[in-house]
Every structure is written in C-alpha cells, then in structure tokens.
Design a protein around this ligand. Sequence first.
Ligand SMILES: O=P(O)(O)O[C@@H]1C[C@H](O)[C@@H](CO)O1
Ligand SMILES: Nc1nc2[nH]cnc2c(=O)[nH]1
Length: 314
Amino acid sequence: MTRSSLDWKFRSSENLRFEERKQRMAAINTDLSVIGYTYEDIQNMAQSILKNTELRPKIGIICGTGLGGIADIVENPITVSYDTIKGFPVSTVKGHSGKFVFGTIKGKEVLLMMGRFHYYEGYPMWKVAMPVRVMKAMGIEVLLLTNAAGGLNQDYKTGDIMILKDHIDLPGLTGECVLIGKNDERFGPRFVATNGAYDVELGKKFLQIATELGHGSIMREGIYIMIGGPTFSSAAEARVLRMFGADAVGMSTVPESVVGRHSSMKIFGVSLITDMVDLDVGSQFQVTHEDVLRTANERALILQDIFVKFVQQI
Ligand SMILES: O=P(O)(O)O[C@@H]1C[C@H](O)[C@@H](CO)O1
Ligand SMILES: Nc1nc2[nH]cnc2c(=O)[nH]1
C-alpha cells in the first residue's frame, strides 16, 4: 500500500470516527434509548473546555439556585458557556446562568458551575450529574455542592445555612438512582457505598469559618432529602419527609454527590434554607421560586464571605 493510500485510509477512518461521534452526541440529546455518555465523550468535553484556559483547578463548586453570586469572588474569571460545548445540556431554570467559570479565589484556582441540571427539567438522571464526571476529567478533586432548600426541621429559620451531614436519595430509593445503566469501571466501581459521602473535616472547617465571621447563629448541620420536583411538597408529603429524618428538602445535589463519590471525589455540601416548609395540612401558604431567589439574594454576601475563607483553607 502506498503512503498516500495509507494516509487516505487513516483520514477516512478518522472522519468516520468524527461522524460517529457527531451522531452519537446528537443522539445523546434526542434519543432516549441512548443511556449515558461514554468515557470518551466525557474526556472530549473536558478537553474542549480546558482549551479555553491554562488554569487547572482542583476545587469545583456547583452553584445552587440564585447562588451564582459566589462567582463575584472569583478573580480574573474566564467563562465557558454550556452552549459552546458539544453535547452539553443547557440550563433552563431561572437563577442558573449556564456557564463554567474558571478563575482564582485569593489566588487559589477554582472552577465554578453556574447552572446545574435538574431531573424536573426533563433530563434523565444520568444526564443531570454528568457534569461532575466532566469536572473530574478536568482534574477536580474536591467538589463543593450548594443548593437552595426548604426547611423541614421546625427549629430552622429562613436564611439559615445548613451543612450536609448526609442525604436521602428519594429518587434513588424508588428506582431512579443516577448510577443506573451500564457501568464503565473507568468512571468508578459498579457498586458504590454512599455512606459518609460528606467530608467531615470540610464540614468542620466551614462551620468554624462561618462562626468566626459572626454567623454561628444561622449555621445548622443536617440531612438533605432530594425530591424530583418541580412541585414543592404538599404539607402531607412534607410531614413524611420530616418523618424520614430529613431537615431540609430540595430538588438537586444528591445525584451530583453520588457521582462525585463514584468518582472518588472529596465532597462538601451546603444548603441555604430559602423558605420554611409548611407542615400544616389545610394551610393555604404557597412558596414560590421567587421566594427562593429572594432569600438566595439576601444571603449572597454572607455566603461569599464564608466561601472566600473556606476555599483559601482547603
Ligand atoms: O439547584 P437548586 O437545588 O439550588 O434549586 C432549588 C430547587 C429548585 O430547582 C428550585 C426551586 O425554587 O431551587
Ligand atoms: N419548600 C421547598 N422549598 C425549596 N426551596 C428549594 N427547594 C425547595 C423544595 O423542594 N421545597
């Protein structure tokens, strides 16, 4: 075989692989029979994102609803919009802007995800937490998860900040675990223990910093339960969630935490209690997404202060 025909063969097989990849990426977004992104898909997305920066952060932060203000503490930010990343989902929820932000906090390199994906947006569970695998492929080792949640524990107040001690994966317990599907061992083992997922030392550090900054009275440590949403729980449902032992309820975080654990990441989680869940059956009180955004906005500066010091000390 001549050199040029070899070249041609090589190039046409490369083109074929490119075409296959393109079709696969299109199918991921449209064909429900396609389950999961392959290891190669994830690596390709990570590499394409990293082309935008020379930074190689080890700390990743996922910003919850209305908590994108954390990006205000990032120095020299470089943003990569999700819609520029082939195969990446798009954010559809108000309060989630839909971009990665690379930069530094007091000189420490960080990567922020401003905009997460929720099951209620219509994304299958495996897609909801797929960005955590992309973050891992980009070199993230410590994953800081934030969310807006409703308070179930009646000792809590709107505006409290709860460090996650543990979670209850309600969708997972009822057959919608994020790790369902073919397992590629390069991501992690088939079976994974989720006990002790939240790093105790990180939790202690966050609490200590918040207390030193004078916010001890609004700090809590508790258990987060994930519901699918988008409905906020009825009072009768909320009573069940409280009976399960949950202190706060929300619609995210758990799939990311499970995938983070599967990927051997160190995990920290914090909920801003944006509203108190009404447990009175018959009450006409109705919480709204605007209530959630308002509390998130009110607590933005406090969270920023805590995160600056927290990231510095990780
Ligand atoms: O992304 P998070 O969990 O912070 O968002 C919460 C749950 C719903 O998406 C939304 C409800 O207002 O806020
Ligand atoms: N009541 C309530 N408030 C929230 N704030 C954010 N998520 C939730 C939720 O699931 N329920």
